[in-house]
Design a protein around this ligand. Structure first.
Ligand SMILES: Nc1nc2c(ncn2[C@@H]2O[C@H](COP(=O)(O)OP(=O)(O)OP(=O)(O)O)[C@@H](O)[C@H]2O)c(=O)[nH]1
Length: 510
């Protein structure tokens, strides 16, 4: 025989520390706290020894004739009987059930008040039984060697509720009165009331009884999320949630919600859950029958599943519609942003780049040329006698000329060049990788165009304009920054202005 291990005792100590002191005190003082009868304790001790022979179990169980009779009844139920002849002895019953299920059966008969009379206790039992069947069935698919222990764990996961009911009957009446509350809501209410919840209290109680630490830990984590690599833990956590959905006032809605959560967690294929649900009513009926408990109102699992799927489908349709709607809003917003962004770069009158954008581009280009030993040229253009034009033909005519000149520049530059309005009637063209010679050719094309194409016709009079242009190329001077380059082009342009206007000058050459 072995007692609780050092690990089990350390766990008990840390769980005691975790609970608020008033709670452990109250729990310890409660005389009627669910406690293990001697026979269950002895069965546990046998279970703790790694190679406990079946005979040991049987010897212990046979000390309690009532328990022996129930165990044989369980083993002879349709659930376990299959085609074998009925078990006559507790040895045959234990052989048929297997050690885990024997342990679960013994614990379930001895732990929980029997027969249950209070509604909350009946409800807790019902959840425990449905969860145990679910956990066993799931384990059968996901971790077949853990069927028995998954069943036991699921059965014990809510033992903390019974401890609360026994210790705080008045508070429990209020706490558990709303039987439509979800399990998560119950846990929140417990925390609010006691500073802890039934998973902690249940784990503490299990540790106090000396149950092995894996069982204690499993109870502690029984209500955590579905994302886990450990299949037995997953079976346990799903079992409670499935039991809740099954027993809820609106099973199809709860189930639809649960199926969605399970799909999101991606830890268990939904078809495994569906297969399980189909066989659930039959198995729950059998177990409740064995335990002399009223079964939950009968549920047509096929109809339930179909309804849950329909709800899920409708939900996903609504979600898709909402997503489409949001996508459309996003597209509009993106278009709007792109338009705003473009507008922040463009001069509204000429539709060329504005000064801010020209300067930003020039700064970047200048840095790139320095870094990669490349060159670039700029052309500074100032329209001649624009004040006179404005004064003579009006400001609106002046605007029209600026607009048309903008179009002219846009049509004459090449891809990769950037033309912009630098100020009033001043324009700048950036020519990446071009020498002053190429820049001059472009300036000559502009000049020719202005000579040949009138910018405006006023009272059948064709109105031609001229421009003074200055060119500066990065390779032709020692420029510290882009500002120096523009100044150089500006100086060359002024040279033309001073020489009588209309013409082209290249920095360093004229
Ligand atoms: N219509 C119009 N006129 C503008 C705009 N921006 C600046 N101007 C005018 O352009 C004229 C520029 O005058 P100045 O700087 O004296 O230059 P200019 O008359 O072209 O003479 P030079 O440059 O010496 O040939 C001013 O009368 C400004 O009002 C604009 O957006 N629209």
């Amino acid at each position: 025989m072995t007692g609780p291990s050092a690990e089990d005792e350390t766990l008990y100590a840390s769980l005691t520390n975790e609970l608020p002191a008033f709670l452990t005190e109250a729990l310890l003082q409660t005389a009627s706290l669910p406690s293990l009868p001697a026979v269950a304790l002895q069965v546990l001790e046998v279970a703790r020894s790694p190679h406990a022979p079946l005979g040991e179990y049987v010897r212990v169980i046979e000390r309690d004739p009532g328990l022996t009779a129930r165990l044989i009844a369980v083993a002879n139920s349709v659930y376990y009987l299959r085609s074998a002849p009925p078990a006559q002895t507790s040895l045959e019953a234990t052989q048929r059930l297997g050690l885990d299920a024997t342990l679960a059966t013994v614990l379930s008969f001895t732990l929980l008040p029997w027969p249950p009379t209070e509604t909350v206790v009946i409800r807790t039992w019902r959840r425990a039984i449905v969860a145990a069947v679910v956990a066993g069935k799931l384990a059968n698919q996901l971790c077949p060697t853990k069927v028995g222990s998954a069943f036991t764990l699921a059965l014990l996961q809510d033992i903390g509720i019974l401890a609360i009911i026994t210790t705080y009957p008045d508070e429990a009446d209020t706490l558990y009165a709303d039987y439509q509350a979800s399990h998560a809501q119950l846990i929140n209410a417990e925390r609010h009331c006691f500073g802890s919840d039934h998973t902690r209290i249940g784990a503490w109680l299990a540790a106090k009884w000396g149950l092995p630490s894996p069982i204690v830990r499993a109870i502690y984590q029984s209500h955590d999320g579905f994302v886990t690599d450990d299949m037995e833990t997953l079976c346990l956590r799903l079992s409670g949630a499935i039991a809740d959905a099954w027993l809820s006032p609106e099973p199809s809605v709860s189930l639809a919600l649960l199926l969605k959560q399970i799909a999101i967690a991606e830890t268990v294929p939904t078809h495994a859950i569906e297969a399980l649900l189909h066989r659930l009513p039959e198995e729950i009926d059998l177990l409740t029958d064995i335990l002399n408990l009223t079964a939950p109102s009968s549920i047509d699992s096929h109809a339930l599943l179909a309804e849950a799927k329909q709800l899920l489908y409708q939900h996903s349709l609504a979600l898709t519609a909402r997503l489409d709607d949001q996508q459309q809003q996003l597209n509009t917003l993106q278009l709007h942003n792109a338009a705003l962004e473009k507008r922040s770069r463009i001069d509204s009158l000429t539709q060329l780049a504005n000064r801010a954008w020209l300067e930003k581009q020039l700064e970047e280009r200048f840095a790139l040329c320095n870094e990669q030993r490349r060159t670039m040229s700029v052309i500074f253009i100032d329209l001649d006698h624009f004040k006179v034009l404005n004064d003579r033909y009006g400001h609106q005519a002046g605007d029209l000329i600026l607009e048309r000149f903008g179009k002219t520049l846009a049509s004459l530059i090449r891809k990769g060049d950037l033309a912009g309005r630098y100020g009033g009637e001043e324009f700048l063209i950036i020519l990446p990788d071009e020498t002053s010679q190429t820049a001059k050719q472009l300036a000559e094309r502009i000049e020719l165009h202005l000579k040949e194409q009138p910018m405006l016709t006023v009272d059948q009079e064709a109105l031609y304009i001229t421009a003074s242009m200055g060119i500066a190329c990065l390779s032709d001077g020692n420029f510290r920054n882009e500002r120096d380059l523009i100044d150089a082009a500006d100086q060359s342009m002024y040279f033309i202005k001073r020489s009588g206007r209309r013409g082209i000058s290249v920095y360093g050459q004229d």
